[in-house]
Write a protein that binds this ligand. Sequence first.
Ligand SMILES: Cc1ncc(C[n+]2csc(CCOP(=O)(O)OP(=O)(O)O)c2C)c(N)n1
Ligand code: SF4
Ligand SMILES: [Mg+2]
Length: 290
Amino acid sequence: MLTYQVQPKGAVSPGINTCQGCMIDVIFRNVLDVMGPDTVLVIPPGCAAQFSGCGPEASVTVPGIQGNLENSAAIASGIANGFRHQGNDHTQVVVIAGDGGTVDIGLQSLSGAMERNEDIIYICYDNEAYMNTGVQGSSSTPFAASTTTTPAGKPVNAKDLISIVMAHRVPYAATASVADIFDLRRKVQKAKETKGCRVIHIMSPCPTGWGYPSAKTVEVAREAVRCGAWVLMEYENGAIKLGRKPEELGQPQKYFALQKRFCGAGEEEIAKMGAFLTERYEYLEKLAQL
Ligand SMILES: Cc1ncc(C[n+]2csc(CCOP(=O)(O)OP(=O)(O)O)c2C)c(N)n1
Ligand code: SF4
Ligand SMILES: [Mg+2]
């Protein structure tokens, strides 16, 4: 278990070892600020483990555990059930896990927790690769992105996590972005006020793995939303609600140009990606109208 440290301000200590411009830090600070001190964290290995810390010291003021990459949702389910058996119906158990620990290695665990509608909040910060171990491609890595395991660009599209989540008919799910912190905080607040298995998928740009200057993180996040590479949406009581329509839907040129990981993408890949983004958004639009 992590040790409890009182920090002068906020739930996260100043001076975390994440890279400059890393958005995991912003995500942790905002999530914990909204959730408050009556929260227990579950953090698997990955870049987020900088917050559970090395050895007996943690960088967060709430208690928690760093578990395994494959079973964060199961660990959280166990803790939440333990609390409920003790008559504690107020402490929130929150997972903050990377994409590798969510869409690949921990997917069975998350699927089981969603099926059982465990009373947990599962947050996936998505930097679209296994960053902590050297930028290996994950099933969240987008088409055409270069990683150390897809040096010529990933030949297939990313898994659609939010659709997988919606197929489990959880009470609340949402996507969010550091491009709109107020929207992100509102969605965390909504999850906090909902019972059952809640899932939030947050895009977390990574200057180190995506290849852009650290000062451009928010710009990159904004461009992802503008071209539809990241769709802001909510899923509540079986209904989908989309955020504002991407201004440049299906035109990922600017988004690609900002990042070295797409430097191998030529006209053909850009057109293919553009068509995919448009098709996916239009599909979600149809679902939202049902
Ligand atoms: C079962 C298992 N396989 C591999 C590892 C090694 N490992 C530790 S962190 C990590 C990367 C996790 O990637 P992600 O969940 O996307 O988080 P990120 O590092 O990108 O923040 C890997 C592969 C592990 N801890 N457990
Ligand atoms: S590798 Fe990427 S995700 Fe990991 S700490 Fe650095 S910027 Fe953040
Ligand atoms: Mg990752």
